[in-house]
Design a binder for this molecule. Structure first.
Ligand code: GP9
Ligand code: MN
Length: 644
């Protein structure tokens, strides 16, 4: 029988072999996405992007083979094997961690093999050979079909490179359309994989890590001295009336998603939107701060968390949770560990969002109850995850089981842009301001308010209430400047002036301390100031910590608050977009030089904080009495999972 043989032009063609490799690899990768990963595809565009995203990397890496003549097929096979290996490593890692392999994971010295250790084998199956099927087929093809050496001298690499770049830009363009600032905000690895693919994600991750470690490498221990001096000069003594008044009590933080201060006391057609929080603002044992501002940047919720727990500023671009999770921190959970506290976060979204599962280890959180611990049914979830009512209800038994004293954080979600509610979840009328986003905000804020009331009631029933201080804060604005027209109607003004715009960055802060007389507080402050305030209430001396906040209850509290963009609001003067305003009148200040003094401090402070974060300076500093934590000691495996 005559052996099957392709025409010679084909059998020796590197390009045909290359094309076969691209197609096989593409199909394999797409199947792996569908079989192995839960990427939360929400619409046809995302489905399409998932389908096309392997193309650019396949073209590029296999295209490298076309730089060679005789060895082209061999190089393509090697590339195919390496990329398949990377994909498979992600698959095995994902089966256990629901996450993707990153450079830091690989670099971790302790139990490696991507932290999986012995259990890696148990996560593999013989059928996984499928993920190398294309490599095997290519080897067979190279021997049996494309078994002639190419003789022509043509090297079509440049054309393939052009195709690869075009495919990538097309992919990225569509992805940015669906998820703006995908690369700069980089909130979730799963998103990057969904939109750009597993291979492009790895490249992105490598670039990010090189950038980050080069900044870090240039620093040394003398860099911390300036910060130390600045800190000493700006330290505000605790107020003896409050210092230690909540000593030994449990601590609960509640991040109120996108909740702005204008809502407090606001009535829509005569009806209070947030009656529970309004009552809290009048409560005897609650400090309610009504000139309190968010200071977040692109890292949104995670930036707020960072500010509250480290009293450092987030980054000007990107998210510190995502980009600087390998740094050393002296964060609240770690500090309080030294006082016998046990710490946990509760959040009804998946743990990789904002890189929380990595960052929380650096902060020293003992436990992270993420989506895996909740019933994420259709009915219970909306947008990013759990609706607030089932979230708090399901969290309660877990909270009650915690060893006391505890330090915990609850991150709500329902009041998130675009504030859409399922009809059965709201009995509150929408606004009528000619803007859906603004109109719906009243309904979702009302729902969150009800959920918080339920949570407080549950705390009372559980007996925890009297022994717990509760800190509630709005994480950042919810309504952006794009909705100023509607907001002018909401506030009953002609138009939103720059001063009003700044004032809309106020988020409420409540600190409920059992047995301590609170009251409405008008001092100016921001998220950076919460940590010293709370630590002082708990009787913890903060003098030796590298932090930038100033205790809101201290008699020495500085009465101004800066924004991440360098603007600030003060009691006398306010500087916005390089213009100086009189804070009382909202008019431009008669003498702009009045703004200079605080302006200098704002820039010094942001620069110092950036030094600490970019150069990872806390690794050179050990506060007196503080026992550093080791992130490798923490593991959030998820419900019911134990490490072998
Ligand atoms: C998601 C939640 C919302 O887990 O924190 O994120 P945001 O977009 O507000 O940062
Ligand atoms: Mn948020």
């Amino acid at each position: 029988m005559k052996k099957f043989q392709l025409p010679k032009e084909i059998s020796r063609s590197n390009v045909m072999f290359f094309a076969a490799a691209v197609v096989l690899f593409w199909i394999k990768t797409y199947s792996a996405y569908k079989i192995e990963f839960n990427l939360g595809i929400e619409n046809t565009l995302q489905q399409f992007l998932l389908f096309i995203n392997p193309i650019s990397s396949a073209l590029f890496f296999f295209g490298l083979g076309l730089l060679f003549k005789k060895r082209a097929k061999l190089v393509i096979i090697i590339m195919d094997f390496l990329l398949s290996f990377l994909l498979y490593a992600n698959i095995v890692y994902y089966r256990f961690f629901n996450d993707f392999v990153t450079v830091p994971v690989l670099m971790q010295t302790k139990t490696n093999g991507g932290q999986l250790g012995d259990s890696a084998l148990s996560l593999m199956s013989v059928f996984d050979i499928f993920y190398f099927a294309d490599t095997i087929i290519l080897i067979v093809l190279a021997f049996k079909v494309f078994n002639h050496i190419q003789e022509s001298t043509r090297k079509p690499f440049k054309i393939v490179l052009l195709f690869s770049i075009t495919a990538f830009l097309f992919n990225l363009g569509l992805a940015e359309k669906d998820r703006p600032q995908l690369l700069t905000r980089s909130f979730d690895r799963a998103y990057l994989v969904k939109y750009l693919g597993a291979y492009n994600f790895t490249i992105y991750d490598i670039i990010q890590n090189i950038k980050s470690s080069s900044q870090r490498a240039l620093a040394d221990s003398s860099d911390i001295t300036d910060v130390e001096n600045y800190r000493k000069a700006n330290y505000a003594e605790p107020n003896p009336a409050y210092f230690g008044k909540a000593k030994g009590k449990n601590v609960i933080y509640v991040s109120m998603e996108s909740f702005q201060n204008f809502m407090i006391g606001y009535k829509l057609n005569g009806q209070e939107v947030t009656p529970f929080l309004n009552s809290l603002a009048r409560d005897n044992n609650t400090f309610y701060f009504d000139n309190f501002y968010h200071q977040t940047g692109q890292g949104k919720t995670s930036d707020a968390e960072f500010l509250m727990e480290n009293s450092l500023y987030p980054m000007a671009q990107g998210s510190v949770f995502v980009n600087k999770a390998q740094n050393t921190y002296h964060a609240m959970p770690a500090i309080l560990k030294g006082y016998g506290y046990n710490s946990a976060v509760f959040h009804g979204n998946y743990k990789t969002f904002w890189n929380r599962n990595v960052m929380y280890k650096a902060l020293g959180y003992d436990q992270f109850y993420d989506a895996e611990y909740y019933n994420m049914s259709q009915e219970n979830t909306k947008n990013y995850g759990m609706k607030d009512k089932p979230f708090f209800a399901e969290s309660m038994p877990m909270l009650k089981n915690l060893k006391q004293p505890f330090y915990t954080k609850f991150i709500t979600l329902s009041n998130h842009f675009p504030f859409e509610m399922d009809p059965q979840d709201t009995d509150f009328p929408a606004g009528d301001f000619g803007d859906d986003v603004v109109n719906q905000y009243f309904q979702s804020a009302h729902y969150m308010d009800q959920a918080l009331e339920q949570f407080f009631n549950d705390l009372k029933t559980s007996g925890l209430y009297d022994n717990t201080i509760v800190v509630l804060y709005g994480d950042h604005y919810g309504i952006s400047e794009n909705h100023d027209d509607a907001m002018a109607k909401v506030l009953g003004v002609d138009q939103i002036t720059p001063m009003q715009s700044a004032s809309l960055q106020r988020v409420p802060l409540f600190i409920h301390v059992p047995g301590v007389k609170g009251g409405v507080q008008h001092q100016f402050g921001g998220e950076v100031d919460v940590r010293p305030t709370v630590l002082h209430l708990l009787g913890v001396d903060t003098k030796n910590f590298m932090e930038f906040g100033s205790d809101l209850l201290s008699k020495e509290h500085r009465n101004w608050v800066l924004f991440r963009n360098g603007d600030y609001v003060g009691q006398q003067v306010t500087q916005l977009n390089e213009k100086c305003y009189d804070s009382a009148t909202g008019q431009l200040a008669a003498d702009p030089a009045q703004c200079k003094d605080i302006d200098n401090k704002v820039h010094d402070e942001l620069d110092m904080s950036d030094e600490v974060v970019y150069k990872d300076l806390l690794r050179f500093y050990k506060p007196q009495g503080f026992t550093p934590i080791n992130p490798d000691d923490y593991e959030y495996l998820g419900k019911g999972k134990t490490k072998k």
